[in-house]
Ligand binder design. Structure first.
Ligand code: NAP
Length: 367
C-alpha cells in the first residue's frame, strides 16, 4: 500500500504506462494522471492515441485543467520530436503542479524542461517512486546510457541448469503454460536472437503466438551460413523479418536465402559489440531477447551483456554433466568472476517456476 497520495497516483501512472508495452519502443513507457480537487479528471498513456505522449493524450481530452496537478512517471519532454513538446500543452492548459517520477536520461532535456515549467510558475516535484519508475523503463535508460539494445535472456531449464541433452534431442523442457507465458516476453522485445545450433537442432519459428501480434525481428548468428534452406525461419522469412549475421561467402545459398526474404548481414568484425551496434542502429532493435542456446548465452554472459534474465525451471533433473548448460562457456571461470544478478520476482506456473533477475547494469541505475 502507498501511504503518500503522490505515490498512490504515481503507481497508477506506472500501471497505465504498461499498456504501451511492446508497442512504443524505442520510446519509453509513460502513463499520466491529472487530478483536480482530489479527483482524477483525465488519464493517458503513450501508445493510446498513436504516437502522442501520455501527457498530451490526457490533456487533449475535453476538460478544464486550470489549477490541476499532473502526475507522470517520466519527466515531460521539452523538445520537438514526432510531436510538439509536452511542456507546451502543460503550460497552455494552465496546469499548476507537475509531479514526475524520474528525470529524462538526456541531461540537456532535464534542465530545459524544468526551467520551462518553472518560468511559467508551475510547481515541480520529482523522484516519486523513483526506483519503480526506473525499473519500468530500464530498457530506455540502458539504451541511452550504453548506446546498445537492452538485452534480456530467456531459457527453460532443468533443476540442474540444463537446457538440452548432449545429443541435442529437441524436446520441450518446460510445461505448456510456461511456453505460452514466454510469448509475452517475445511481445515485449523488438528482436529475438539465437545461435545457429538452436536453429539447426530445433527448427524453431521464433514468432509470437498470442492474440496480439507485431513484426518481431528474428535474428540468427550463423558465422558459416550453415542454416538449412528449408527450415521454418527461411520458409516464413517473406512474412516475418529474418536477419542472419554471417561471415561466410556462399554465393548461391545467399541468393536463394535473399530471394526468400532473408536479410543476410555480412560482418568482418564479428564481435558481439559490432553485432549489437548494427542491430541498434541499422535495424532499430532497442530491446533484444536472447533465447539461446547455451553457447550464445555464454558468449553474452562472458561480456556481461545480460541486463536481465528470465529462467523457467521445470521439476526435472538431467543428471548428465554433458547435457547442454544454460551458459556453455568452454573455459575455466574463477569463482570470484561468477556473474552476480539481483532477484526481481518469481511466478509459479503450475509445476514450473519462473525466476526473474536483473544484471549489474540495471542494478547500477537504481543506486
Ligand atoms: N531450453 C531452452 O530454453 C533452449 C533455448 C535455446 C536453445 N536450446 C537448446 O540449445 C541447443 C543449442 O545450443 P548450443 O549451445 O549448442 O548452440 P547455440 O548457442 O544455439 O549456437 C551456437 C552457434 O552459434 C555461434 N555463435 C553464437 N554467438 C556467436 C558469436 N557472438 N560469434 C560467433 N559465433 C557465435 C556459435 O559459434 P562458435 O562455433 O564460435 O561457438 C555456434 O556456431 C539446442 O539443442 C536447443 O535445443 C534450449
Amino acid at each position: 500500500m502507498y501511504s503518500d497520495f503522490r505515490e498512490f497516483y504515481m503507481k497508477q501512472c506506472l500501471d497505465l504506462a504498461l499498456y504501451g508495452q511492446g508497442i512504443v519502443s524505442p520510446n519509453p513507457l509513460v502513463g499520466c494522471i491529472i487530478v483536480k480537487d482530489n479527483k482524477i479528471i483525465s488519464t493517458g498513456f503513450h501508445g493510446e492515441n498513436g504516437f502522442f505522449h501520455a501527457e498530451r493524450v490526457a490533456l487533449m481530452k475535453p476538460g478544464n485543467y486550470e489549477g490541476a496537478t499532473l502526475f507522470v512517471n517520466l519527466q515531460p519532454c521539452s523538445h520537438f520530436g514526432n510531436t510538439p513538446p509536452c511542456t507546451d500543452i502543460i503550460i497552455e492548459k494552465k496546469i499548476s503542479k507537475v509531479i514526475y517520477g524520474i528525470e529524462d536520461p538526456n541531461i540537456d532535456s532535464v534542465i530545459y524542461s524544468d526551467n520551462e515549467l518553472k518560468k511559467n510558475r508551475i510547481i515541480i516535484e520529482k523522484n516519486i517512486l523513483r526506483k519503480e519508475c526506473i525499473l519500468l523503463n530500464r530498457f530506455f535508460f540502458i539504451n541511452h546510457k550504453k548506446n546498445r539494445p537492452y538485452i534480456f535472456g530467456k531459457w527453460g531449464q532443468t533443476i540442474d541448469g540444463k537446457i538440452a541433452d548432449y545429443k541435442f534431442k529437441s524436446k520441450f523442457i518446460t510445461n505448456n503454460q510456461s511456453r505460452q507465458h514466454s510469448h509475452n516476453l517475445r511481445f515485449s522485445a523488438d528482436g529475438i536472437l539465437v545461435g545457429i545450433n538452436t536453429v539447426l537442432n530445433d527448427n524453431p519459428m521464433l514468432n509470437i503466438r498470442l492474440k496480439k501480434s507485431k513484426n518481431l525481428k528474428r535474428i540468427v548468428i550463423d558465422p558459416d551460413l550453415s542454416i538449412k534452406t528449408d527450415c521454418n525461419l527461411v520458409k516464413t522469412a517473406k512474412k516475418i523479418s529474418t536477419i542472419i549475421f554471417s561471415k561466410a561467402f556462399q554465393c548461391e545459398k545467399e541468393l536463394f536465402l535473399k530471394d526468400n526474404g532473408v536479410i543476410i548481414r555480412k560482418l568482418e568484425d564479428f564481435s558481439i559489440k559490432n553485432i549489437l551496434r548494427v542491430l541498434y542502429i541499422e535495424f532499430n532493435v532497442k530491446i533484444l531477447m536472447l533465447e539461446g542456446g547455451g553457447k550464445t548465452l555464454g558468449k553474452f554472459l562472458k561480456k556481461k551483456l545480460l541486463d536481465e534474465i528470465f529462467v523457467y525451471i521445470a521439476p526435472i533433473i538431467s543428471g548428465d554433466k554433458n547435457s547442454v548448460s544454460c551458459s556453455d562457456r568452454q573455459e575455466y571461470v574463477d569463482i570470484d568472476n561468477f556473474t552476480q544478478f539481483k532477484f526481481l520476482g518469481h511466478k509459479i506456473i503450475e509445476d514450473d517456476i519462473l525466476l526473474n533477475y536483473i544484471g549489474e547494469s540495471v542494478n547500477c541505475l537504481l543506486e
